[in-house]
Ligand binder design. Structure first.
Ligand SMILES: NC(=O)c1ccc[n+]([C@@H]2O[C@H](COP(=O)([O-])OP(=O)(O)OC[C@H]3O[C@@H](n4cnc5c(N)ncnc54)[C@H](O)[C@@H]3O)[C@@H](O)[C@H]2O)c1
Ligand SMILES: [Zn+2]
Length: 385
């Protein structure tokens, strides 16, 4: 029997060609001091200019915190939060990818000196929402604008760890495809495959349920049919806006279901070798899907019927499932994302450590429909060595 299931998600979602202009209305009711979280790359790309102009027009005081490093560890995240606390803001705007949004989300529940990020690593549910937050994603993407998760590196464990607390769910989201229009291709490709992994993992997760399936399947449809076009054609605005929507839906699916062994085994690659989150997921996607296939082929066949336009409904389950896995592999190849740990000089002697660290991510491994033993994890890592 299906266990009980639920969904929590942001209360206000603004999407569309001119969604950014909705910011004026959002901050109109009594906001006194805004902190904008962003990073140097996004600032340099001019993506803060329009929101800044809207805030200035409204005459609201603001500070920009732009020192957030890509994929921060918990010490770096805490340093940003400490800077944030000095500002005494009553509204947070995150303009960025997952790295920026995750720090902003932690800030929204750590605005007083009561707890630190380290406390939440031990007990994630300690802190409550203190500051209203708005997420404006600039990658498509992590879906962090939808989720209750914040992922930080934990150097002493050579791992990345997800802090999950529903109080971190954003109050407002703005999805405006202008924010991803000029995303450099390698970033668009890696972050797009991250969203693809969220969709396929959530759909095949042991925690999948009718609500998460609705979002995961629509996400998969949008992402598989737009990812390559969005990454390779700078003018493909419709494909880019579908990617933004797809990555948001995939984030909603994460919240109700959960990712599986791709993300679990990916965390040590980010934690120890600082391989970008989307790239490490892309490497593991095909090996893990092939490993999982015996347990999920019926689901992959359902996904085929939904996603493959003009597909042949009469194919067998094995054929449909095989086709889907081939397509995933092909997309990673076409997008020229590295598929071997050799690219990152990971020595084979590190294999035992990788297996041990990967097996620690039980929060996600329990979602995998086929049990992953240390021997299985070793085989999967060996495939990408
Ligand atoms: N909270 C969640 O639910 C969740 C889910 C998945 C991943 N994550 C985490 O998110 C982080 C990764 O986030 P990400 O993949 O979005 O990348 P990112 O935020 O680390 O950004 C990567 C790089 O892209 C640049 N960039 C971003 N948008 C740009 C744009 N529009 N134009 C030009 N440059 C741009 C940034 O400056 C940065 O240098 C990881 O720490 C990962 O673990 C969180
Ligand atoms: Zn991810």
């Amino acid at each position: 029997m299906l266990a009980d299931y639920q969904l929590k998600m942001p209360k206000n979602i603004n999407a569309g060609e001119h969604a950014l202009e909705q910011l004026a209305g959002i901050i109109a009711n009594g906001v006194k001091k805004i902190v904008i979280f962003t990073d140097k790359g996004i600032l340099g790309a001019g993506l803060v200019d329009v929101p800044k102009a809207i805030i200035e027009e409204a005459g609201i005081d603001y500070t920009i915190i732009s020192d957030i490093p890509a994929e921060p560890n918990y010490h770096e995240a805490q340093a940003m939060i400490d800077e944030f606390k000095k500002q005494e803001a009553d509204f947070i705007i995150a303009i960025g990818g997952g790295s920026v949004m995750d720090v902003a989300k932690l800030s929204s529940i750590l605005a007083t000196d009561e707890y630190t990020v380290k406390d939440l690593l031990d007990e994630p549910l300690l802190a409550k929402k203190q500051i209203t937050s708005l997420m404006i994603p600039t990658t498509a993407g992590t879906g962090a604008e939808a989720t209750p998760n914040s992922i930080v590196g934990v150097p002493e464990k050579d791992l990345k760890i997800g802090i999950v607390n529903p109080e971190m769910i954003a109050d407002y989201v703005i999805l405006d495809s202008r924010m991803i229009k000029n995303l450099p291709k390698p970033i668009a490709a890696a972050t797009g495959v991250d969203a693809l992994c969220h969709a396929i993992e959530c759909f095949t997760s042991a925690k999948a349920n009718p609500i998460s399936n609705t979002f995961a399947l629509e996400a998969l449809d949008l992402i598989m049919n737009n990812l390559v076009e969005a990454c390779t054609n700078p003018e493909a605005l419709k494909a880019k806006s579908d990617m933004l929507l797809g990555s948001f839906y995939a984030g909603v699916a994460i919240t109700s279901s959960g990712t599986t062994a791709v993300h679990a085994l990916s965390y040590p690659l980010g934690g120890k070798y600082h391989i970008a989150h989307g790239v490490s997921n892309a490497m593991l996607l095909t090996p893990v899907m092939k490993f999982n296939e015996p347990a999920i082929k019926d689901l992959l066949a359902i996904a085929y019927d939904r996603v493959v336009k003009n597909g042949n409904k009469d194919l067998s389950v094995d054929e449909k499932s095989g086709y889907m896995i081939n397509q995933l592999e092909e997309m990673v190849k076409v997008l020229e994302i590295p598929t071997s740990l050799k690219t990152f000089n990971v020595p084979e002697e590190d294999l035992d450590g990788l297996v041990a660290a990967g097996m620690e991510v039980t929060r996600l491994l329990v979602n995998n429909k086929r049990e992953v033993t240390p021997k299985d994890a070793r085989k999967i890592y060996l495939e990408i060595m």
